[in-house]
Design a protein around this ligand. Sequence first.
Ligand code: KG4
Ligand code: ZN
Length: 330
Amino acid sequence: MSYILAIETSCDETSAAVVDDQKFVLSNVVASQVEFHRKFGGVVPEIASRKHLENINFVVGEALEKAGLTFKDIDYYAATNGPGLIGALLIGMTTAKSYAFVYDRPLVFVDHVESHIWANFLNGNEPELPAVAYVISGGHTSLYLMNENKEIEVIGSTLDDAVGEAFDKVAKILGLPYPGGPEIEKLAEKSKNPVSFPRPAIDSPDLNFSFSGLKTAVLYFYRKNPDKEIADIARGFQDAVIDVLISKARRALKEMRLKSLIIAGGVIANKALRHAFMRFAEEEGVNLSFPQFEYCTDNAAMIGARAVDAILQGKVGNYSTAAYAISRNR
Ligand code: KG4
Ligand code: ZN
């Protein structure tokens, strides 16, 4: 049995995990920085880097302690090298490089967005392959085709805002704190009379998305109807997003002639969205996989899971591996 110590610092979560070579999680520690960014209404890159630097060694230490291991027991050091905030990524990467150097172990660098998909393979879960894989996060909304060898190819992507980004922007319009996704979800549960918003790109013949028009529709509606219950606006927005996401999943599965769907990314933490996907899967006989709740939003366990297969595929890193800000395959 070999062990991987994985690090995630691409945005505002400082996380370290120990995962074994069968992708079982021995520990997964996540230190959120949300309270430091909230007053600015979004993530401030320089604050993110500084907080990662302050916390990373403690988070790594705690991950080892919870796993009941020491540095000497670790066989590989893994981190994400993008996409994300460059300064933030560098803290995690440099930490991994330093431990790998001191303990003379190999380094593995993996893609953050791909890793979200790998959250579905943790703790003995084996989604049926080939599958359509859907990443619905704060920075990305993309559809992929994943083959039996877990090689992925982009088949659709957002042309503007990612879904999580749209949630956060709509929350801001409605005067809710950052991050907006969970706030919209809570508020939407109270709605009795949801507003009907447009479903952008729902009928377009491709697999691409566009959410900035929906966000603008919410803005104009809110300006024109300041007395409307914001719960009804939140619910109307959430319903529109879910409708578009499900309809694109249906189209992708049909085009690829597949019956297996993997969903991933921070927005999947949304219960209404998960339930809508579960209903869809049941109605259409689709085999659906989604991560355990704690592995939906950013975490290092998913980085560890991705690293296990990267090692098998020979995609390891070295001391000169660089960080990148923007997805290479969107
Ligand atoms: O995957 P993630 O943790 O980070 C990125 O890689 O982007 O996703 C964060 C995004 C944020 O935009 C956040 O508002 C959204 O996921 N999110 C949610 C919920 N929880 C997190 N959106 C809707 N409902 C939620 N419950
Ligand atoms: Zn993420």
